[in-house]
Design a binder for this molecule. Sequence first.
Ligand SMILES: Cc1cc2nc3c(=O)[nH]c(=O)nc-3n(C[C@H](O)[C@H](O)[C@H](O)COP(=O)(O)O)c2cc1C
Length: 168
Amino acid sequence: MELSAAIDTRSSAGRLTEPGPTPLHLDRILKAGARAPDHGRLQPWRFIVLEGAMRDTFIRAAAEAKRVRLPAMTDEQLAAEREKIGRSPTIVVVGCAVNREQSKIPEMEQFAAVSAAVQNLFLSAHDLGYGVMWKTGAAAYDPHVKAAVGLKPDDHIVAILHLGTRQK
Ligand SMILES: Cc1cc2nc3c(=O)[nH]c(=O)nc-3n(C[C@H](O)[C@H](O)[C@H](O)COP(=O)(O)O)c2cc1C
């Protein structure tokens, strides 16, 4: 696909199903992410592909984060939320590990570099024929969710990227 066509046709996929990106495609998508412009070449992005136990822990923590915001949520609604999050074949949490000690690059610019990386990931996945949804919500700001994916409390979750096949 031409780049301009990828940009013109990009849109979010409301509902995703199997299959998710193949390992080869996922590798290409992540490499595209790492080609983002990056002031100071700090590579502040962290692309965390959720697999195995980490995926389960993340889904539980993300659903709990929603209940913190909406305490009236019942256990059934919590279970439904977990099911909804887990429906995406592939979830990539995109973190910004801010370098505050050795770098004078402002935090906002490091965050901006990671945002550019997210768009690269999105367009690359779209180019390969996958559906994508960029989400954040309460989960992105929750310290337990950050810990579940190995981020520090003062790091940022810039995107919770859901990837898979668009469900018609
Ligand atoms: C930083 C960021 C966070 C977002 N978080 C959410 C979210 O949590 N839930 C959601 O439904 N849409 C979220 N969106 C918006 C969608 O990803 C989407 O871009 C928007 O609905 C417009 O649709 P389009 O991508 O098809 O143009 C977010 C977008 C950005 C840039």
